[in-house]
Design a protein around this ligand. Sequence first.
Ligand SMILES: [Zn+2]
Length: 227
Amino acid sequence: MKFMIDAGHGGKDPGAVGNGLQEKDLTLKLALRIGELLTARGADVRYTRTNDLFLELSDRAKAANAAGVQYFLSVHINAGGGSGFESFTYTGSSGATSAYRNLIHRHVAAEFSKVGLSDRGQKQANLAVLRETKMPAALLEYGFIDNGKDAALLKDSGFLERLAVATANGVAEAFGLQAPQVKEDAVSDWAREAQEWAVAAGISDGTRPKDPVTREEIWTMLYRMRK
Ligand SMILES: [Zn+2]
């Protein structure tokens, strides 16, 4: 499954600004994290930009068309005197485009409602990136940068993380992606006594039992043991 995640604005175009925030920074953070979460579920994720770069709207659509992705997701922050979350598909769209958007919208709107921000609804609009992309596409507006309450939440990295997770979960549900592989985290019976000793002696914190160890980590553990 191949997706294009589009971080709105960038470079000379900051997008909406307010409360010390710039839309282009928030969209990039969200887009990269959403992509990371989808990659962890086995998706082939492409990005229109991965840094502070200016791109024309048409070039974003062209990149998605050229890559032949199955879905285009554009990430934006709203402004103009409202509050809460809304999403867009192209005017007159239906079928798969509506179905995918509906699932993603419900996951993200639920995160907004948990913090008391409104669900402004599933809307349609004649937006360039939605019109010019050849595959199903949606544009999400994650809160209002010029609203004090929305902006305070957008400054909270925990809230951004929950929005990214909700979005990725919505995409995963829409496209039937597998849950990410959970790393085996239990200590083997034969190593438990040694692990407890290493933690009690202040040599290791006892986490990540199955991870390989570097020379630096061995030096540090030996050094702590000698002290
Ligand atoms: Zn925008």
